[in-house]
Design a protein around this ligand. Structure first.
Ligand SMILES: Cc1cc2nc3c(=O)[nH]c(=O)nc-3n(C[C@H](O)[C@H](O)[C@H](O)COP(=O)(O)OP(=O)(O)OC[C@H]3O[C@@H](n4cnc5c(N)ncnc54)[C@H](O)[C@@H]3O)c2cc1C
Length: 392
């Protein structure tokens, strides 16, 4: 199918399904079934086996139709879905992708633990097979789990064999968050609210049919998730003068009483850098059209986090005394992170997490140094030792 035919198909779909009279969910389900969800996915799984770049045609034609259900979050769409597509069985793809895309089922990511964040391969949650070949039983603690309180399913990395070196002893699973062995507790953040949680698992049950990839392949599967996560966080499409730079530029226009030459210079500098990053994001998405994301996504995410923090800091300064206001310190449980609909104080505080979530800026610099620039790797002494013998 060429670009003109795809545009035609999308228009035919729109003529047949009237989004102004249908329930938003029904419209999304029909869109998935027509292959117009993510066109680079296979036919029958929300796509049409087309190049990823063709998605922009569909998005253009369907602009203004329902797609902003807060349950349609990046963890499902940007991280779980590409991992299920790459490693899932046919049954798993059929079962999970449609309700994930429509937002009927929310997903969360059970990776980080109190003793394993940047060094994810050190994680200790145990996956033990009942009677040697039955269901898997998960026991351990995860932390910083965004949206766990809304999630129906989780992508989970656990240790099936502590006698193997840390990377080799990991396996990747899909966990049903409604299992009685799963306990989700809120964690208050610097913003006062609780987007994320700690999650305790006590023999939470996972059938072997919910294993994603082979036993022992967990590290490889997790890499697919993490590469997609960095791209999902770092290269969200925002129009020119949109996103954070647009918000701060508007604050500047609205507060002429606080203008100084220094603030003006800094705003122009950050606006220019944001524009360069936006264009680099377009280039990255075009590269992605050709295959899976590589370590280049780490550079986007690194630059995005730095700019988000500098821009939100500048906005607080531009606002003067008013910038010290804060709208809400209750332990809110937001369905979605909303940078633009809140006040400057919230943006300033929430942006602090941008250089931690999805890989810290220090760790991303290591990845860029080693895998993009080809610099010598950090010395590692723990990769050939059994995980159980590593100091913790
Ligand atoms: C808003 C937010 C949402 C999150 N959501 C999720 C989620 O949904 N699911 C999930 O699993 N996790 C989530 N996380 C957790 C996040 O992935 C971890 O916080 C992150 O990977 C860092 O791990 P850590 O907190 O254990 O810090 P540590 O790994 O202990 O790092 C501490 C400090 O040491 C530095 N450091 C560590 N190793 C190196 C190194 N080799 N070289 C140089 N410096 C190093 C780090 O940069 C950091 O400054 C979230 C975090 C935030 C802030």
């Amino acid at each position: 199918m060429n670009e003109t035919q795809l545009r035609e198909l999308t228009r035919e779909f729109l003529a047949k399904f009237d989004h102004t009279t249908m329930e938003p969910l029904e419209f999304l389900q029909a869109r998935f079934d027509a292959g117009l969800a993510w066109v680079h996915f296979p036919t029958g799984l929300g796509g049409l086996d087309l190049p990823r770049a063709h998605q922009s045609i569909v998005d253009e034609e369907l602009a203004g139709t329902p797609d902003n259900d807060p349950r349609r979050i990046g963890i499902g769409l940007g991280m779980a879905a590409p991992t299920i597509l790459a490693f899932g069985t046919d049954e798993q793809k059929q079962r999970y992708l449609r309700p994930l895309w429509t937002g009927e089922e929310v997903w969360c990511q059970l990776f980080s633990e109190p003793g394993a964040g940047s060094d994810l391969a050190a994680l200790g949650t145990r996956a033990v097979r009942e009677n040697g070949d039955g269901d898997w039983l998960m026991t351990g603690q995860k932390v910083w789990t965004s949206s766990a309180h809304n999630a129906r399913f989780a992508i989970l990395v656990a240790r099936h064999d502590p006698d193997l070196p840390k990377h080799a002893g990991l396996t990747y699973f899909i966990l049903d968050m409604t299992d009685p062995g799963v306990d989700v507790r809120p964690l208050r953040q610097i913003t006062g609210e609780a987007e994320f949680n700690e999650v305790f698992m006590t023999e939470a049950r996972v059938p072997d049919a919910n294993r994603l990839g082979a036993v022992g392949e967990g590290w490889k599967v997790a890499q697919t998730t993490l590469m997609n996560e960095r791209v999902a966080i770092g290269s969200r499409p925002a129009p020119r003068d949109g996103g954070m730079s647009g918000v701060v530029a508007q604050t500047w226009r609205d507060h002429q009483e606080n203008h100084t030459p220094d603030l003006h210079d800094r705003l122009l500098d950050l606006w220019t850098q944001s524009e360069a990053l936006r264009l680099a994001g377009i280039r990255l998405r075009q590269q992605l059209a050709a295959g899976a994301p590589g370590p280049e996504g780490s550079a986007m995410k690194l630059a995005f986090a730095r700019l988000a923090q500098e821009l939100t800091g500048l906005e607080v300064e531009v606002l003067g005394d008013e910038g010290l206001r804060f709208d809400d310190w209750t332990l809110r449980r937001p369905e979605k992170v909303d940078f633009t609909g809140r006040d400057a104080g919230y943006r300033y505080l929430r942006a602090k997490g941008n250089s931690i979530e999805g890989g810290t800026s220090e760790v991303l610099r290591n990845i860029i140094a080693e895998r993009v620039l080809g610099l010598p790797a950090e010395p590692r002494t723990d990769t050939k030792v059994a995980w159980k013998d590593l100091p913790r």
